[in-house]
Write a protein that binds this ligand. Sequence first.
Ligand code: IPE
Ligand code: IPE
Ligand code: MG
Length: 245
Amino acid sequence: MNLKDQSKIQDVAIIMDGNGRWAKNRSRPRIWGHVRGASVVSKIAESASDLELNSLTLYAFSTENFSRPDQEVNFLFKLLDKFLIKEKQKILKNNIHFRVIGKFDFLSEKTLRKVRELEDLTKDNTGLKLRFAFGYGGRAEIVEACNTLISKNLKASEENISKHLYDEIINIDLLIRTGGDQRISNFLLWQSAYAELFFTNTFWPDFSSQEFQDILSQVSTRERRFGGIHTSSETEFQKENQTHL
Ligand code: IPE
Ligand code: IPE
Ligand code: MG
């Protein structure tokens, strides 16, 4: 597995969960939670940019979310459209490289055009790589990559699969999930192979830049061993085991 040689947290992904329960606690409709949740996205992206992370991948709509009532699904599509209009200038100003990942060909022409336009306008930007996972499923992504390999007559290898995923970010350092549940829900299955996991009970609309920074500093103290042993243990190991080897 081709993992980075340094353990610094550079590539972060977030499962933005808990919008519905946040609204329910306030006796408001679920879509109100989505509206409030959308406003948090911009704040966290800005923090990620200020903190000079390499990338931030946000889970906005999963392949499984199609099973929700049509009205909610349509509302979430509309929110994406609004986000693209509202955040365009900020994304450009902050030198952000923006992309949407997933199978989102179900989006309206109008929204797709906005997605493509913003991707194109930001393609040479050198700042934060901001990814929106929309209509995204981790298994579907791997299956698509494998099918592309078959059609190109290439063999399946870690390198070849990695090269044919939706995006170039193939190692996530930290995967955060808000909303209290402790599961991956089909997000970045390949990319999270060695990710640090962090689960917070905070519902997404209450998630703040402060909590984001606290999580980053907490996780950065974790020792990431990537299957090895701690470097100081290596000399100890030599000493302790010399006679047995
Ligand atoms: C996450 O919040 C947003 C999406 C999945 C689109 P939810 O809508 O899943 O909120 P809860 O989990 O029901 O509270
Ligand atoms: C995961 O949240 C998907 C997104 C945040 C977009 P869900 O609310 O859909 O996850 P499950 O169904 O509880 O696992
Ligand atoms: Mg949920």
